[in-house]
Design a protein around this ligand. Sequence first.
Ligand code: SAM
Length: 203
Amino acid sequence: MAFAQSLFAQGLRLIDPAQHRVYAARKTTLLGGLRGTVIEIGPGTGLNLAYLNRDITYVGLEPNPHLHACIQSQMRRHRISGRVLQAPVEADVLPPNSADTVISTLVLCSVPDVSTALASIQRVLRPGGRFVFMEHIAANPDQGLHSVQTCVAPVWKRCFDGCHPNRATDRAIMQAGFDTVEMDYFDVRVPVIRPHCAGYAVA
Ligand SMILES: C[S@@+](CC[C@H](N)C(=O)[O-])C[C@H]1O[C@@H](n2cnc3c(N)ncnc32)[C@H](O)[C@@H]1O
């Protein structure tokens, strides 16, 4: 487990520059205006800190300890104060109604149960707080890509830290009981893990 987490952490670091290229414009729009207490689930290497305002209070919930030094270094680099906790979102380690925003980018594909994770996100958000997300989702079932995703899913999950390439995360967000959901779909030039959805949901 520790070896797999360490290997995954090294892999994530390698793809950071490509991630910035592919997602920068969308992340600037989604993350640029956030204020107050911002909780990020699964920050990975902390690459989203580059898009956040300096005056927020940041809490990263990152279960993989091999990524913590990286996240803390990004916090220092972007002069953002806060802390990083070694906990999965569904452990509910933070007080209820304590966040203005929860961020998730490319994380809900990997959580053990997406409905449980969304319930934990709603629990921690204050009334009116926002869940801001950008996730890859299952392709349309009519497309060949959907069959590919289903076929490779068992191996994919093992190789990429539990990532489900065929998860209908968009539907799960729609059905999670948020007050409002604003979501759009987009495609990027990456193999298997496409298309994507992005937007926000109000608690
Ligand atoms: C593909 S990486 C995405 C990292 C980063 N958010 C990004 O956009 O590049 C998935 C991240 O989610 C984390 N993760 C997996 N399961 C999680 C859970 N149950 N709760 C919180 N984070 C989780 C992993 O440790 C990893 O850092």
